[in-house]
Design a binder for this molecule. Structure first.
Ligand code: SAH
Ligand code: SF4
Ligand code: F3S
Length: 473
């Protein structure tokens, strides 16, 4: 998942982020809602759909929960710690509700789907539990809850894609945006709860995706990231032309909107990414040279237990193929340490695979058993926690070394960078990213650039997480 460029230990989902409303609202709202999102980019993208549905029903956003009539938590179930974070957060809202009983609390997203009405038994002050495919029914559920009834809708759908809903961009930098192209997942990776919380895979109407991206471009955005759990299995039948739209074709359609619109995507499953996609990337300069290709483990035996359906050698061949069609392509991955029965030898296979692929960045986790998954039912979670964490530590240290090495190789090169805003450390510097998704920071030096401009930056220095340079004319 795209979160940030630095190598991070993700032993918990992305921390909750609250929605800060921007600018004066045009509509008149009778009530206020506050939303916090956890987990993957798709969940953040869903919060933008929820905001749109609520806006249409008289609820305006607030960044201050103390004044909200409705508090929503869009939750994640991917690891146990992600769920614990949400439960802790709910305690705070429970206290607030004691002094403001009229305030409604709703739990959305994957944890709502996983726990269903059990949530209402466990968390007595929650008023609504709404799964990821049920957001259209929110207005009715809110009405029920306002009437004192606790409401639940966790029905999963085979065709809901929210295609016609224009997301309200939350916390936007006005330059980069995420666009959902599909929902659900049909893979059954043994460790993963997503197929249970998000349901069957379905693709969104290609025209509605292209329209949304074109609208974003017209509104000044310069980069879109096409989102799905497994984007390479995107498939749409265009009835008007009787043509099928594969992911490669969709990428091309979005790339053709304008050469100034950068296109990224996430996530690719190594078993599904095709030469057609790689060749399409090679044909369009504005499709970014960056692939997030989660490997999970470097041991063929563990990969088989995980049901990832590829071997170590097959994955290595995929990396070779990517770099032969797209020389210099940025690569990142997801890794899990301490999966069921993982030995020291399996772990060393993971380390050596990392050296082979030389990832620019990784999201690294230790295995967390999730109820109901294949692994929970079939295998024993038998690697002791201290071993899982020690292996994670080794993986993180190696990734930090690789990230620094890869960044050092970029010193002396010049990259085209899309300016996203001020650097986090200093308003005297700009921050942007190159095509390979690396963060680039450089001084403004009085030049009249703006967010959304492309500039060429010569790299002079780096850290493991950032390239540092100067604009060249
Ligand atoms: N669809 C994406 C990943 C979605 S979840 C893909 O297939 O790559 C994001 C990452 O969380 C996964 O790639 C995996 O590395 C990690 N993850 C998923 N379930 C986990 C679990 N039970 N314990 C630890 N990490 C897990
Ligand atoms: Fe989970 Fe595997 Fe689907 Fe990714 S591809 S969401 S890891 S089941
Ligand atoms: Fe979490 Fe659900 Fe995403 S479990 S990672 S929010 S799909």
């Amino acid at each position: 998942m795209l979160e940030s460029l630095s190598s991070k230990v993700h032993d918990e989902a992305r921390q909750g982020e609250a929605y800060q409303p921007q600018g004066a609202g045009r509509k008149e709202f009778r009530k206020k809602f506050y939303i916090e999102s956890y987990g993957c980019q798709m969940n953040f993208s869903d919060s933008e759909i929820v905001a749109s549905i609520l806006n249409d029903n008289g609820f305006g956003a607030t960044g201050n929960y103390a004044e909200a009539d409705l508090v929503l938590l869009n939750t994640c179930s991917i690891r146990e710690k992600a769920e614990q974070t949400v439960r802790n957060r709910l305690q705070l809202f429970r206290q607030i509700k004691e002094s403001r009983p009229g305030m409604l609390i709703g739990v959305l997203g994957c944890m709502a789907e996983r726990l269903k009405s059990k949530f209402l038994e466990e968390e007595r002050l929650v008023d609504m539990v709404v799964g990821p495919d049920a957001y259209r029914t929110l207005p009715g559920l809110i009405e029920e809850a306002e009437g004192g009834q606790r409401s639940v809708n966790v029905l999963l759908s085979r065709d809901e894609t929210y295609a016609d809903i224009s997301p309200v961009r939350l916390d936007s930098n006005g330059v980069t945006a995420f666009v959902s192209i599909m929902r659900g997942c049909n893979n059954m990776c043994a460790f993963c709860v997503v197929p249970f919380t998000r349901g069957r895979e379905r693709s969104r109407d290609a025209d509605s995706i292209v329209r949304e991206c074109a609208d974003l471009f017209r509104n000044g955005f310069r980069e879109v990231t096409l989102l799905g759990q497994n984007v390479d299995s995107y498939y749409w039948m265009d009835e008007a032309t009787d043509q099928t739209v594969t992911f490669a074709r969709l990428l091309e359609k979005v790339a053709l909107i304008d050469p100034l619109l950068r296109v990224r995507f996430s996530t690719s499953h190594p078993k599904d990414i095709t030469d057609e996609v790689l060749e399409t990337m090679a044909r369009y300069e504005n499709i970014c040279r960056y692939i997030h290709l989660p490997v999970q483990s470097g041991s063929t035996r563990i990969l088989q237990l995980m049901n990832r359906t590829y071997t170590r050698e097959w994955y290595q061949a995929k990396v070779d193929r990517i770099l032969s069609i797209l020389p210099g392509c940025g690569l990142s991955t997801d890794l899990i340490t301490g999966f069921c029965s993982e030995t020291e030898e399996d772990h060393r296979d993971t380390l050596s695979l990392m050296e082979y692929a030389r990832y620019d960045m990784s999201y690294m986790f230790f295995y967390s058993e999730r109820p109901g998954t294949l692994a929970a039912r079939r295998y024993s979670d038998d690697v002791p926690e201290d071993v899982k964490k020690r292996r994670l530590d080794e993986v993180v240290k190696l990734q930090n070394r690789l990230s620094l090495e890869k960044n050092k190789e970029d010193v002396g090169k010049t990259f085209k960078v899309l300016i996203e805003g001020d650097s986090k450390k200093s308003a005297a510097d700009w921050r942007g990213r190159n095509s390979q998704n690396k963060v680039v920071v450089f001084p403004k030096e009085g030049k009249a650039f703006r967010k959304g401009d492309y500039v060429h930056v010569a790299i002079e220095d780096c850290t493991g997480a950032t390239l540092i340079g100067r604009v060249v004319e």
